[in-house]
Design a protein around this ligand. Structure first.
Ligand SMILES: Cc1cc2nc3c(=O)[nH]c(=O)nc-3n(C[C@H](O)[C@H](O)[C@H](O)COP(=O)(O)OP(=O)(O)OC[C@H]3O[C@@H](n4cnc5c(N)ncnc54)[C@H](O)[C@@H]3O)c2cc1C
Ligand code: FES
Length: 299
């Protein structure tokens, strides 16, 4: 069962009957562990048909006596074979909602809304693309890698995480891209360090002309600054805390600069994918940025 929803302030041309987000009660077709993450695949043909890399869904989670929604990037969409009409999410267990989700199994039915937000714009020329994913942000990057690969683009992927176990799906990364490079904080896989340490070498080798990113905010800030310093356009999927997910509550605002003016955009409708060069990273105040600044100050 599905029904159309219209985010407030959204363009009726974009969110018309054929393209807008839907609310649907979707059966779990597959549930599995992938490294340190969980993956859930849902039967969601109407959402799958409309989904684009970079968009997200919100899921109602039954915790604390209230049914609240949590946002998750769409990690893959299947339109062919026995899994046709399905979408997948990949997530980390961080709190009540995600731990509740991790206990869901085959045939459970969950309440989904999506696809939401603005996905990654695809280049209109066949330029080589550099895709950078941090933690579970790797999953939507691989969805984008497959999409760009199918359109004939050369794709180079860089995935980073704290440990090898938190690098999402190395096999799929190697399959989906011309090159896959991994970095870990502890050196347990690939280069010891952070993603920006290896970007110069990978971009030079792949002759990258566009950069895409998805992952923690401090990583996105680093990738966007790295790209801007080299005159490369970047598009990054920001992860700002969200309540409604549909443009109503203003919980998710991200500061951007346009023509010298600073203004706030809502990550759930004007994002989550934003032009990396426009985000005012110094003014972004997410918990992850605050933690990053604290870590830097305390060494
Ligand atoms: C557009 C978007 C896409 C996302 N995609 C994914 C995804 O693909 N996979 C995935 O695992 N997670 C993703 N997240 C983050 C995910 O929504 C949160 O981890 C989840 O809502 C936490 O719910 P909880 O009830 O388990 O935790 P809570 O009890 O709500 O919080 C537990 C901990 O998680 C932190 N937290 C809560 N929400 C967020 C958030 N939005 N960002 C960062 N930290 C948060 C809190 O600060 C707290 O430390 C995404 C978030 C956004 C906004
Ligand atoms: S989450 Fe409510 S406006 Fe974005």
């Amino acid at each position: 069962m599905s029904s159309q929803i219209t985010p407030r302030g959204s363009d009726p041309q974009v969110f018309g009957r054929e393209e807008g987000p839907l609310r649907a009660f979707c059966e779990v077709l597959g549930a599995k562990r992938v490294g340190s993450y969980w993956s859930l695949t849902f039967v969601a043909p109407a959402i799958a048909e409309r989904a684009r890399p970079g968009q997200f869904v919100t899921l109602a989670v039954d915790v604390g006596g209230a049914t609240l929604r949590r946002p998750f990037s769409i990690a893959s969409v299947s339109q062919q074979g026995p899994w046709a009409g399905t979408i997948e999410i990949v997530f980390s267990g961080v709190g009540q909602g995600t731990h509740w989700l991790a206990q869901r199994g085959k045939h459970d039915v969950l309440d989904l809304v999506g696809p939401l937000g603005r996905g990654f714009p695809l280049p209109n020329r066949q330029v080589p693309a550099l895709l950078v994913g941090g933690g579970y942000g790797a999953a939507p990057m691989l969805y984008l890698a497959r999409t760009l690969g199918a359109r004939g683009h050369r794709v180079d992927v860089v995935l980073g995480a704290r440990t090898a176990e938190q690098i999402y799906n190395t096999i799929e990364a190697k399959r989906a891209a011309a090159s896959a490079t991994f970095t870990t904080d502890d050196g347990s896989l690939g280069t010891q360090g952070i993603v920006t340490d290896v970007l110069d070498g990978v971009a030079e080798h792949g002759r990258s002309e566009v950069v895409y990113g998805c992952g923690p905010m401090p990583m996105l800030a680093g990738v966007a600054r790295w790209a801007a310093d080299r005159g490369l356009p970047s598009q990054v999927a920001v992860e700002e805390a969200m309540a409604c997910g549909t443009g109503v509550c203003m919980t998710c605002v991200v500061p951007v600069r346009r023509k010298g003016q600073r203004r706030n955009v809502r990550a759930c409708v004007e994002g989550p994918v934003l032009n990396g060069a426009r985000v005012d990273w110094d003014a972004v105040r997410s918990p992850a940025m605050a933690q990053h600044e604290l870590d830097e100050e305390t060494g």
